[in-house]
Structure formats: structure tokens, C-alpha cells
Design a protein. Sequence first.
Length: 135
Amino acid sequence: FKRALTLSTKNISASLNLALLYMEFYKFDDALAEVRSILKQSPRDNNAKLILAVLLVLQRKLDKAEDVLEDLYVKNKTNPVVLHNLSANALKMRDYNRALKLINRTLKFAPRYTFSIDKSIKLKEEVVLKKKAGG
């Protein structure tokens, strides 16, 4: 990806993939720099915004992640990836009622989206357990 970027610094696809690769190796600062570079070139790039939100969650900047995710949600209220990430962030923020609502919404709009189903069911179980524990 770096080679592709040396040929053209405006190759957003290569930049997105490089950011994801950095994330895989826990190089969150490098990934964040790459995503911010993409957003400078293309401020409306929703894929970059989603990666930004995930990075912010990983860095425990939950309020900032929430802002980015809410912006994406407003643009498309049925996107299962955004809904799933919103529910996961709500869970991390200990907003269990909202997390459960978002999980159910994810499953409603994406009943065949395997990633969403598997992850959402696990999130739902976690929410129910935490609510029972009084968390």
C-alpha cells in the first residue's frame, strides 16, 4: 500500500487499506494519521469516518467516537455496520438501554448480515447480563 501511495498520494483505497493494516498491528496513531489524511482529501468519505470511529473507540475516546458514529447514522439509519458500532459504543459507555435498542435495530435491518447477527447477539447477551448485575 505504501508503494501505491508513493505513486499517487491521492489513492484513497490504498490509504484506507494501509490504515486497516496499521490497526491490525495495533499502530493506532499511524492508522489515525492515515485516516485524517484521507479525510483532508475527501471529507465526506464514510469509510474513513467509520474507521476513525473505530480507532477512537480503541483509544477509549468514546464521546468523540459517538459524534462520528451519530453523523454516519444520520446519513443512513439502516446501515448495519454503523448500527452495530453505535451499539458497541453505547455498551462501552454503559448505556445499556440504548445499546439494546440499537442491537435490536441492527438485527431488524440486517437479519442476514452474519457479522451483525453474531456480534449483536453477543452484545445483547452482555447487555442483559450487565443489566441483571445492576451495572
